[in-house]
Write a protein that binds this ligand. Structure first.
Ligand SMILES: Nc1ncnc2c1ncn2[C@@H]1O[C@H](COP(=O)(O)OP(=O)(O)O)[C@@H](O)[C@H]1O
Ligand SMILES: [Mg+2]
Length: 241
């Protein structure tokens, strides 16, 4: 890594072990460098450890080994609130909305004084503008996912971690939502980690890709050549590379 690259890195993980108890890390020796405005697709089969990794990056699980740095500052793992204040924000796969509260209240409760406004979030998700007074629980799946992303966005993330945006959504909705994730990275300068089962759609909006299989990184690099090599990707998923 050159000095310039080191300076630019927003989040750096080295040799990160993640899991639910010492002795049996689910993810082992994970390395990652995230830079402002870049999208990294975190791919891999079910059970590979993608969600475990995102929970650890967001501080909801303490790391079991290795290091994490935000800029040059070491992150003390497992402190979700402190990490959120530092700009590490997770959109969990269950969306975690307040279903009884209105769309507006879901957004304002996530925001902070002096931070991004509801109107700024609506720039990315204009469809939510007509739904501000509606309870989050009655939104469509796609709208709920927009709101989950909006709740993350209003926190002004420096690192935005998105877990399976597409869970339970029709592919056509995913096709609309993933480019918005790209626009968020471009527009806010946040580094985005995108866990996604729709591999091609994810690669199309990503700069980098990492393939995790059984907790080990089997493939990593620029997204574009991977798009062009579905056979390599398939072999990676099967653990053959
Ligand atoms: N709360 C938990 N306690 C113990 N093991 C878990 C827990 N959640 C997930 N796991 C295990 O961790 C492994 C990776 O799961 P996960 O990170 O959810 O994978 P992915 O998101 O890639 O599908 C799986 O073997 C799963 O059974
Ligand atoms: Mg998962």
């Amino acid at each position: 890594m050159t000095a310039t690259q080191a300076q630019e890195a927003l989040l750096t993980c080295a040799g990160l072990d993640a899991g639910y108890g010492k002795g049996h890390p689910v993810v082992r020796g994970f390395d990652l460098v995230l830079r402002p405005g870049e999208v990294t697709a975190l791919l891999g089969p079910n059970g590979a450890g993608k969600s475990t990794l995102l929970l650890t990056l967001a501080g909801l699980l303490p790391s079991l080994g290795g290091t994490m740095n935000l800029g040059d500052v070491p992150v003390r793992s497992g402190r979700a609130r402190a990490m959120a204040r530092q700009g590490l924000v997770l959109v969990p796969d269950d969306r975690s909305l307040f279903t009884q509260l209105t769309v507006r209240d879901n957004l304002t409760l996530a925001g902070r004084r002096g931070g991004s406004t509801v109107d700024q979030v609506l720039d990315y998700f204009p469809a939510l503008g007509k739904r501000l007074k509606v309870a989050a629980g009655v939104l469509s799946g796609g709208e709920q996912q927009m709101l989950a992303l909006g709740r993350a966005l209003i926190q002004d993330p420096r690192v935005l971690l998105v877990d399976e945006l597409s869970m339970g959504l029709a592919p056509v909705i995913v096709e609309e939502l993933l480019p918005v994730v790209r626009r968020i990275a471009d527009g806010t300068g946040a580094a985005v980690v995108l866990v996604e089962q729709h591999v091609r759609l994810a690669l199309a909006v990503s700069d980098h890709a990492v393939v995790l299989v059984h907790g080990e990184t089997v493939l990593g690099g620029p997204a574009e050549p991977l798009m062009a090599d579905p056979v390599l990707l398939e072999r990676a998923y099967l653990g053959e590379v």
